[in-house]
Structure formats: structure tokens, C-alpha cells
Design a protein around this ligand. Sequence first.
Ligand code: ADP
Ligand code: MG
Length: 241
Amino acid sequence: MSTLVQVSQVSKSFLDNPVIKGVSFSVEEGEIICILGESGSGKSTLLRMIGGLEDADEGSIVVEEEEITGPAHNLVPGFDFINFVSQSFRLEPFRTVWDNISSVISYLPDQERETKVNDLLVLCKLTDKSKAYPRELSGGQQQRVAIAMALADDPFLLLMDEPFSNLDVNMKTQIREEIVEILRKAEVTVILVSHDPIDAMSIADRVIILESGQISQIDTPQVLYENPSSPYAAKFLGPMN
Ligand code: ADP
Ligand code: MG
């Protein structure tokens, strides 16, 4: 395995409010990492910095040997291989599933694009929904369309901010399993942010516990569960729950 993402001593404040405080971690190629923390702990800010949507004040973020330098980075030609999946999915309501996915790769020649969309429909188990409109889909299906769209231009890194927070509680377990299956098959590296320990424990190879902008533990779900290193982690995950 090789390291895809290296975050080193990153800090970020909004005015005089320090939100991320000297955070360091790395992500290996093909890993699914979950950043777990309470609301306001800085998860979205950290994810946005990795995606180049926000500047870090200090430290460095390197993705695939390329230093991410904040919003200006998005202007670097050819560096468009990091995709976001947000909690609101952003599907175009007046386009079918097929057209939504196809629109992402409109630059490809027709034949190639058609093959690609078909492959993504199979991967995301949406072949029977290709002519449906977003409003005709369940939350889980809409989310799979959003993931198909995010995977369409072959990103090497997928950033997901609270991807399960808008979904029906009763469906979450099944939806999580479906999504993990898709992500594993796509062999994409994923950094996923959540406030829900069940997301982290059921999905991630490793979990990063973020506590008021600082990392308190990075471990596999198994180790975290058996050996939470702080009361905060224990409250989230520990056997005492
Ligand atoms: P989380 O995703 O873990 O809920 P956020 O990264 O959204 O946390 O926010 C962490 C802290 O940073 C919060 O106190 C929030 O109010 C603050 N914050 C986030 N974005 C901004 C911004 N653009 N301007 C000022 N404060 C912000
Ligand atoms: Mg957030």
C-alpha cells in the first residue's frame, strides 16, 4: 500500500476561533477512513481543506504527491480527481438518472460515455432506474446516483460529508452495506465524516476521533472499541455504552 493523503500539522481558525489544531494523519490507497466527532468538532472544515475548498492557516496537505493549497488549488489544470459527495446529493431534478450521471462526463465521446454510464448503473445497482427522475427514487437510491456521479470521472479520492445523515433511520443499516460494497468494488480511497459511531464502526478500515479540532485517537474499529484512549472516545464507542 502507498500513502495517498498526508495531512501534517494542519491548523485553521475562523477569526480568533481555532477550529483545527495541529492535525496530522495519513490515508493509504484504497482505505476507507472515517473522521468521527461531535457536531462542531471541525470535521467539515478538515474535509473541506483536504478537498481544496478551504485554506489551511498552517501545515500541509499532500494528495497524490500534490500539495493542496486551498481554493486557488482548484485552478490547477488537470487536478480534478478529488470528488465530494454531500448530504444533499445535488441531483438535477428534471434529468433522469441516466442523464444526471451522463452529464458529469459529457466530455467523453458518445460510445465511451454510454459504456461508462452503463457500468456505473450496474455497479450502483441502478440499471432498472436509468429512466427514473430523482423524485421517483428512495433516499438510498438517490444517494447511489450521487455516488455514481462522483465516481464517473474516476476520482482517486472521494470525500463524503455525513453521507447518511439525511436517510431514513430504518434503512440506514442496509444503505450502509450497499454503499460500502460499491466503494470497495470501485477501489476508491474514501474519507468520510460522521457524528454517528455506528457509521464509523460498520464502514471504516480506520477511525479518526476528532475532539474539539484535535485528534484523540486513530485506530481500527476493533481496537477503538476494545481500547478507547479517552473518555470522549469511550463515550462514543466504548463497551460502557
Ligand atoms: P463539524 O462538521 O464537526 O460539525 P465544522 O467544521 O462545521 O464542524 O465547524 C467547526 C467550528 O468552526 C464550528 O464552531 C463552526 O461554527 C466554525 N465554522 C465553520 N465554518 C465556519 C466559517 N466559514 N466561518 C466561521 N466559523 C466557521
Ligand atoms: Mg459538518
